[in-house]
Structures are given as structure tokens and as C-alpha cells.
Design a protein. Structure first.
Length: 233
């Protein structure tokens, strides 16, 4: 069994001068439909050990995630979840949409001094050309402009080793799963309550039979579709 994540890395960053550290993780990057979602939790020097059972959300059953999510919310100094929807992914591209979702999460936290981000790519910090020439109009219109992004530390597999990042992954996963389960009621043939918008066989079969919906990422090469298919859904 994988060792439980700890706050060792988070406490090191806090000792390095961050009074309030936001830990972040994303879900939905590889889905065919639905949002990309960023979860964030804030920890400080007084934050206690994470609730027992906190792990990377991918290692937990849905029942365990649902049980842990409210405990994480009570444990964290602050928490927030941000989404970027399929039309925003299509308009901006995936990386900029991740940034937008992250900015929306940051906006719900209050001031933080640093972000610990799962992975090896800082998608939160606006590119240098935006700092020089201003954010693209599409980003500004969608609410990404005006968010102050503190220094970002990236860490590969932080969701496996850092308890606050694992906690953020649980909040992101439960929030996005709830959206996909609700959308399933609108389009039950795609079985989103089960596959959460990823490329499961039933989802691909429904795409082939019924075409895309308003919730699909239409700029993507979606499996099961003929190249020139037009949706009536």
C-alpha cells in the first residue's frame, strides 16, 4: 500500500516564509466533456495533520471521497474549487482554461503567499507576454484578469506525497463528479454518472450514435465521430 501523504513539503514551504500556502490539484484534463476543475486548500503553520484517510482522489472509492470531502473542508484554513467549462476550453485551449479555473479557485481563498501545484508545469502564472501586453480579451472577459497569482512551486506526484494537495484533489474530484452526475440526468445515454465524461466504451458508443452535446469539448478530436459529423443534440 502507498504510504500516506504528509505535510512535510507544505511545512517546509511555510518555514520558508509563506504564512498561507494554497495546495492545488486538477481533475478533468483528459475528459471528453464537462469542465476542468481545480481544487485548492490553504494550510498554515497552525494547521493540524490532515484527516485520516486523505489520499490522492484516484486511490479512493467514490464513497470514501464523499465521506472525506466535508472533513477536508472543516480541516483546511480555507478552500475553494474553480471550474472552466467546455466552451471556455474550446475558446481558450486547455492550458489557458486550467489557468482560468485556477484563478477562479484562488479568488475564493483570500490572500495566499505561495501555491504548491501538482505536476511539473505552472499553468497558474500568466505567460510573460500577458504581463507585457495585457491579458487576452477572452481571458479578461471570462474573469481571469485581476487575480494576483503568488509564487508557484510545482512538484511531480504531489497528490501522492503531499497531504494538502491530496486533500485538494478530493475536493476537485467530488465537485466535478457532482456536475457530471447532474448532467447525466439531461443526457442519460452517455452514462456520465458512471464515466464522468471520460472515454469509456458506452460514452464513445453514444457519441457515434447521437453526436456531440453542448457539454462536449467540440474543438477536440472526439472518438466515435465521423470527421464532418454535425450534432443535433
Amino acid at each position: 500500500m502507498t504510504a500516506a501523504p504528509s505535510l512535510r513539503v507544505e511545512r517546509s514551504l511555510l518555514r520558508g516564509g509563506a504564512a498561507r500556502l494554497a495546495a492545488a490539484d486538477e481533475v478533468g484534463r483528459g475528459a471528453l466533456c464537462g469542465p476542468v476543475t481545480i481544487g485548492m486548500v490553504v494550510v498554515s503553520a497552525t494547521t493540524r495533520t490532515a484527516p485520516q484517510g486523505v489520499r490522492d482522489s484516484k486511490l479512493l472509492t467514490p464513497e470514501a471521497r464523499e465521506r472525506l470531502a466535508p472533513r477536508v473542508m472543516r480541516w483546511a484554513d480555507a478552500w475553494a474549487v474553480g471550474h472552466a467549462m467546455p466552451d471556455e476550453i474550446d475558446a481558450l485551449g486547455l492550458t489557458a482554461a486550467l489557468r482560468l479555473a485556477g484563478h477562479r479557485a484562488l479568488a475564493g481563498l483570500g490572500p495566499v503567499d505561495r501555491v504548491l501545484l501538482d505536476g511539473n508545469h505552472d499553468y497558474l502564472t500568466p505567460p510573460a507576454q500577458e504581463a507585457l501586453f495585457g491579458a487576452p480579451e477572452s481571458d479578461a472577459a471570462l474573469g481571469a484578469a485581476g487575480v494576483v497569482v503568488p509564487p508557484v512551486t510545482t512538484r511531480i506526484k504531489a497528490d501522492l506525497t503531499c497531504a494538502a494537495v491530496a486533500a485538494a484533489s478530493i475536493l476537485a474530484k467530488t465537485a466535478r463528479d457532482a456536475i457530471m452526475t447532474e448532467l447525466h440526468e439531461e443526457f442519460p445515454d452517455y452514462l456520465w454518472a458512471e464515466n464522468k465524461g471520460y472515454s469509456a466504451p458506452a460514452h464513445i458508443d453514444a457519441l457515434a450514435r447521437l453526436g456531440v452535446t453542448v457539454h462536449h469539448r467540440r474543438s477536440w478530436s472526439l472518438p466515435g465521430l465521423a470527421p464532418a459529423i454535425e450534432s443535433a443534440v
